[in-house]
Design a binder for this molecule. Structure first.
Ligand SMILES: [Zn+2]
Length: 151
């Protein structure tokens, strides 16, 4: 029987196809009803399943393995980290001072944001919705730890 080599059984997998059932009557080339990994059902020529010509309905053309397909489909994008608004406010303030928009020079210690932030948190700057204004005690001096306070 020549047709025997075309036999496939339900449950067999060929690429992204899973055989659901063999076509009951062979008309022309024998076919099997298959379900693609994406869910589409189609009658696929059995010889194409066996020789690998047909691996999916077309949805997985550039994908090599089932694992790769699933990974692409269900990959969860990493969440973007957002700075707390209050912290961001402090950072913007520091950036303005660093760029000379405070009307006076920024001391060497505060050239580093970390140092400025540490000082800010130690001296009444609270993370929250408060509006803080940094003022210089002696207007003839620049922005430095012992010449600034919050208002
Ligand atoms: Zn498909």
């Amino acid at each position: 029987m020549k047709a025997r080599k075309y036999l496939v059984s339900p449950g067999q997998r060929f690429g992204f196809w899973e055989v659901i059932e063999r076509a009951p009557v062979y008309i022309g080339s024998p076919k099997a009803l298959c379900r693609c990994i994406c869910g589409r059902l189609r009658d696929v020529q059995i010889s194409h399943l066996l020789d690998g010509t047909s691996r999916s309905c077309g949805c997985a053309r550039r994908i090599k393995t089932v694992e790769e397909y699933l990974e692409k489909k269900f990959r969860v994008k990493p969440k973007i980290q957002v700075k707390a608004p209050s912290t961001e406010k402090l950072y913007k303030m520091w950036l303005n001072l660093k760029q000379g928009r405070g009307g006076a020079p920024l001391c060497a210690e505060w050239q580093t944001y970390h140092n400025f932030k540490t000082w800010a948190l130690k001296t009444r700057y609270t993370e929250g919705k408060h509006t803080h204004t940094l003022v210089r005690i002696d207007p003839n001096r620049g922005y430095e730890p012992d010449n600034c306070q919050w208002q």
